[in-house]
Design a protein around this ligand. Structure first.
Ligand code: FES
Length: 569
């Protein structure tokens, strides 16, 4: 069987000379160019992405597996996206990385690819890019950090930062203790160890069947993580021989399985956007409303922060995603194919659970409603989402007076103003934080509560925005309002004092303002100018789609395959 790479390395002519000879400057012996499968290892390693900083070692273990199975591994870098450092938000660059991945794979002599991802956006970016090329591909997640430990207690990355910072603002925690906690939270290599976006997306990788069983939960520093990487390298070679392409795995059933798993693990709302974008690359017709339909009967089974109390290390010891999927029983499409060549049903049929407090039985869930609720109404005709498992039940049906912030800077400057006219029955509204407006749709939707209310002991309020929120966050937070304010959605026209109705049971979000008044405001509204006239920001502004379309670029939807006919020499 002749593989794609033989078009580069096979010919005995001038071009073949050039392709092989320059590679040999790395000490690669001639026999590696004999037509064996070339496995690209797509690496998001970067010291600026602390969650992925151990990936060189992970890649070395993938290489061992590739060599062992008779393949030829070649590691290549793509832009890395670190959630904790990048401004204005890592999400702005997810689509850029997906283009980097797609074009790097297509332009090079690669027959199959192992995708190394960890920090939030690296996972969807690599999947989107690889899906648009559609070669055999397997993902290895970097694994979560060990549990944070502060004064003998487990603390979770993200979730406890939000909690501690609110405690400092209301005087319940000293700055000294706060800074001590900073040293104790992130103790090892790996990504956030709560069920935030990174852990959710690593679980999605497993549920989609594009990672090996236990891909999500094994801690980054556990030797089993490196065993899994080794096995993935071996398997990538076999997948090339079997022509097991991504499109054979990323089917409609795989996406439905992933949506149900996100519900069962109490996963991040960010998974909604990313799965819509990935589906768009493989031609699977997934809509925002599918999330509501498929999630309604899924209970939250996994007792992890932010919905529960444990962390990913505990999840691993309890049995991880296979145990959860087994517990979901008939809700899972068991015939879906996975990268190890077996069906999902075969992978999970004997999956044990070792701790029933961490992974609850279906009959005794942590919460009855684990899915993502999709809202509609005049304020979000194309949809908005809320995570019921992270919200306050008493606020899920609420009518309140809007306290409006026109930008993130406006919110920061006024939220703690003692004269801000706000009480706990109000609804905080944040505009211009969507894909186009920020740009990049940052994780600011879970805006802080006014400190004067925190001091009164208020712990939650209804908040509405066109932003996202961190998967580690919690609260009665309506997100991803579409269309966003900067695209002329009704959100742009909300003013202080307007009454807003949230009714999660009936999936409704309504701005209670007369139509004549809305029309008056509409006539006076002007679309904000792009934040930059040039470069990637401008490309993003002009082509990003709304949240209900996964915030992908309009011109990236679909796949182009891996064929490049034209030679370079
Ligand atoms: Fe990288 Fe949380 S900051 S996963």
């Amino acid at each position: 069987m002749k593989f794609r790479s033989s078009a580069w390395f096979g010919p005995k002519d001038k071009a073949g000379f050039i392709h092989r000879s320059w590679m040999k400057n790395q000490g690669l012996p001639d026999h590696l160019f004999d037509g064996r499968p070339v496995i690209g290892i797509c690496n998001t390693w970067s010291e600026l992405t602390p969650c992925n900083a151990h990936f060189r070692k992970l890649a070395d273990h993938v290489k061992r597996g590739v060599y062992e199975a008779g393949g030829f591994p070649l590691e290549f870098p793509v832009m890395s996206l670190g959630e904790s450092l990048m401004r204005p938000t890592a999400m702005l660059f997810r689509n850029l990385v997906s283009m980097d991945v797609e074009e790097s794979i297509r332009a090079n002599p690669i027959d199959g690819v192992v995708l190394l991802a960890g920090c939030d956006k690296t996972t969807p970016a690599l999947l989107m890019g690889a899906a648009s090329c559609d070669l055999p591909a397997i993902m290895v997640s970097g694994g979560p950090m060990l549990n944070g430990k502060f004064r003998g207690q487990d603390i979770g990355s993200g979730t406890d930062v939000w909690r501690f910072s609110e405690d400092v603002r209301c005087g319940a925690m000293s700055e000294c203790d706060f800074l001590e906690a900073e040293d104790c939270m992130n103790r090892s290599a790996g990504h956030c160890m709560t069920m935030g976006t990174a852990s959710t997306m690593a679980s999605v990788v497993e549920a989609l069947g594009i990672g090996l069983p236990m891909n999500a939960a094994i801690p980054a520093v556990d030797s089993h993580r490196y065993t899994l990487a080794h096995e993935a390298g071996r398997r990538a070679v076999e997948m090339v021989h079997e022509d097991l392409r991504l499109s054979k795995i990323l089917t409609c059933k795989a996406f439905e399985n992933a949506i149900r798993v996100v519900g069962a693990i109490g996963g991040s709302t960010n998974a909604v956007i990313h799965l819509l974008a990935i589906a768009g690359r493989v031609g699977v017709c997934l809509t925002l409303d599918d999330w509501d339909r498929l999630g309604r009967d899924v209970p939250c089974l996994v007792n992890l922060m932010p919905a529960g109390k444990y962390l990913m290390e505990d999840f691993y010891y309890a049995g991880g995603v296979p145990a959860v999927m087994r517990e979901l029983g008939h809700l899972i499409h068991r015939e879906a194919l996975t990268v190890n060549g077996r069906t999902l049903g075969e992978n999970i049929s004997d999956a044990p659970c070792h701790n029933r407090d961490v992974i609850r039985p279906f009959s005794e869930p942590l919460m009855p409603d684990g899915g993502i609720a999709v809202l509609h109404g005049n304020l979000c005709p194309n949809g908005a989402v809320i995570k019921p498992s992270a919200a306050t039940p008493a606020l899920m049906n609420h009518r309140g007076r809007a306290v409006m912030f026109g930008s993130i800077e406006d919110m920061h400057s006024r939220i703690d103003d003692p004269d801000l006219e706000v009480d706990e029955s109000c609804i905080l509204v944040l505009k211009n934080c969507g894909p186009r407006g920020y740009p990049g749709m940052p994780e600011v939707g879970n805006m802080p509560l006014p400190s004067k209310l925190l001091k009164k002991g208020i712990t939650d309020m209804v908040r509405i925005s066109d932003a996202r929120m961190s998967g580690t966050a919690y609260g009665t937070v309506v997100l991803h309002v579409a269309p966003e304010a900067a695209a002329g959605g009704l959100l742009a026209l909300v003013q202080d004092g307007d009454m807003i109705e949230l009714d999660v049971d009936n999936r409704r979000l309504h701005l209670d303002v007369p139509v004549s008044e809305i029309e008056r405001r509409r006539a006076a509204w002007k679309a904000p100018a792009p934040s930059s006239e040039r470069g990637y920001y401008r490309l993003y502004h002009d082509h990003v789609m709304q949240a209900d379309r996964g915030a992908d670029f309009d011109f990236l939807v679909g796949a182009s395959g891996a064929v490049v006919d034209r030679e370079s020499h």
